[in-house]
Design a protein around this ligand. Structure first.
Ligand code: NG6
Ligand code: CA
Length: 523
């Protein structure tokens, strides 16, 4: 097939989308129509073993952009909405690399990698954000759609902010900002009740994590968020049609709160969660249509994936659990978001490049952390010395010219806990903590004893083989220690300023996790 150099690159990144939420993966059990993603897959390469590095958002995104495992950084847990940028100065990023290669670089959608360098003031241009780590243009929500501040950032400043109505944000439970109703005190103000957490400042009838005051003219409307991001994404493509561009399109769907545009209400029988996935799918179709209309489709590598596995009840009573029926968000996988089981990190992964990638399927193991080195080769740039150390150049796998994927991968569940995949085996070390998350009902993978699964024979991780395969268990345990031992876990890059330590209501502040009992004293 014809190969073109320096194609446009679009990375589409869904938020909490499971393997079983996409028709081409979920098969007949999938009760959400996803025709545009199905077409993208049918015309491209569908990876059946595509992974995020982590089962939550911030760490996965950090890896995607830096080519390093999240647990190597000092801070990589789920961030509050006002925390400092987690990409330390000196760490090279994927957009930075592509910019050096002459690409116009843009991000549209969810950021959630922190803002500022410990001096965050929402009312001034923010130094320490997307523009400081390689993006030329940015239109983002700061953290998540369930966290304050509920405003968009246009490049480095809050969009539509009235200087006479400054924004203040607090994640300190002892210092709530009470200008707006607080969800737990004013249930009558809510259009969507919270089920756990999410009981602070109410914006658009939805109570969020954290409190905010001011910024009335800048508040987003949840129901138009998808259209606003789409318009920005299409505008970016259009305005850079004449030069190579890199677009990181980070969807907010189907993360909570799930508020579809009225056009999509009732698109499925599954309630808001199903409907916003149809909305997301439609947006994918709009981008593809734009590329085709501009004659760019055959010169664009498009990669679609998700930052972590699925969750039904993630804090709002929106009917996702009750209306799920026979739909299986994680497909055949065990666990979901937050989990050390495969459902946490094994996600949809599609690569599409008409005329270059031959349609087909792949069983090669590939991870989002590999995009850094793979795309570096695609655009003819070396990976800078000492950078992106966990990223493997799997460009040939992406392009469908090789099946030689990863033989080893470290995945992260909740709170920095890790597991090791090696060949078809997965080793989950003993980790303290509940086996099941009481809020979401998801199995986290924590246990007193080590667990071992053979994914080739048992994709649903139903049969723990630790007892009957002691030699495999020992081998993987050793490898896991070598890979993730204390010396490997911290970044050696200096941070500009220590971040403020805010407490996220309902969550304890993130610390580097203690090593499980079994590995203490190990070298
Ligand atoms: C959790 C939130 C959850 C979600 C998650 C981040 C509570 C009780 N739960 O702390 O709702 O926001 O953080 O999701 O507050 S992620 O996809 O961005 O990682
Ligand atoms: Ca997520």
């Amino acid at each position: 097939m014809r190969k073109r150099s320096r194609p446009n690159v679009i990375v589409m990144y869904a938020d909490d989308l499971g393997l079983g939420d996409v028709g081409l993966y979920g098969g007949s059990a999938c009760r959400i129509p996803t025709p545009h993603l199905d077409r993208l897959g049918a015309g491209g390469r569908v990876f059946h073993q595509g992974y995020a590095t982590a089962a939550t958002c911030t760490p996965s995104r950090l890896s995607l952009l830096t080519g390093r495992y999240p647990w190597r950084f000092e801070r990589s847990g789920i961030l509050a909405g006002d925390e400092a940028l987690v990409i330390p100065p000196g760490v090279h990023t994927l957009p930075g690399l592509l910019r050096e290669a002459g690409y116009a670089t843009g991000i549209v959608g969810k950021w959630h990698l922190g803002l500022g360098r410990g001096d965050l003031d929402w009312n001034r241009p923010i130094a320490g954000g997307p523009l400081d780590v390689g993006f030329d243009e940015a239109f983002v929500l700061a953290a998540t759609n369930d966290r304050v501040p509920c405003v968009y950032l246009d490049d480095d400043r809050v969009a539509n902010l009235d200087p006479a109505d400054p924004i203040e944000v607090s994640y300190d439970p002892d210092r709530p900002l009470t200008q707006r109703p607080i969800g737990r005190d004013a249930p009558e103000s809510l259009s969507m009740p919270f089920s756990h957490g999410h009981d602070m400042t109410v914006v658009n009838g939805i109570s969020r994590i954290g409190t905010m005051s001011g910024g009335e003219s800048a508040l987003w409307d949840d129901a138009t968020m998808s259209d606003i991001f789409l318009e920005r994404a299409l505008g970016f493509i259009e305005s850079h049609a004449d030069r190579p561009f890199f677009l990181y399109q980070a969807f907010h769907q189907p993360h909570v709160p799930r508020v579809p545009n009225p056009r999509f209400i009732g698109a499925t029988d599954l309630g808001p969660r199903g409907d916003v996935i149809v909305e997301l799918d439609w947006c994918v179709g709009q981008v593809v249509a734009k590329l085709e209309a501009l004659g760019l489709a055959e010169n664009t590598l498009l990669i679609f994936s998700s930052d972590n596995g699925p969750v039904l009840n993630d804090g709002y009573a929106d009917g996702a659990v009750e209306r799920c029926g026979t739909h299986r968000p994680a497909g055949p996988l065990r666990g979901g978001k937050y989990s050390l089981y495969d459902g946490g990190t094994h996600v949809p992964f599609i690569a599409n490049w008409p005329g270059v990638i031959e349609p087909g399927e792949s069983d090669a193991v590939i991870c989002q952390v590999d995009l850094f080195a793979s795309l570096a080769r695609l655009v003819g740039r070396p990976v800078p010395d000492g950078q992106a150390g966990d990223s493997r150049d799997l460009l040939d796998v992406v392009l469908g010219e090789s099946e030689a994927g990863r033989d080893e991968l470290v995945t992260e569940g909740f709170d920095g806990k890790t597991a090791l995949r090696s060949g078809p085996w997965v080793y989950i070390p003993p980790h303290p903590g509940p086996a099941r998350d009481e809020n979401t009902g998801i199995e986290l993978g924590n246990a007193d004893q080590p667990q071992l699964y053979h994914l080739g024979e048992d994709v649903g991780q139903a049969r723990d083989r630790a007892a009957d395969k002691p030699e495999v268990l020992r081998r993987l345990e050793l490898r896991w220690r070598e890979q993730t031992g204390p010396a490997q876990r911290n970044t050696r890059h200096p941070t500009a300023a220590s971040p403020p330590t805010h407490r996220v209501p309902g969550r304890r502040p993130r610390r580097l996790p203690p090593q499980p009992e079994a590995s203490r004293g190990a070298t």
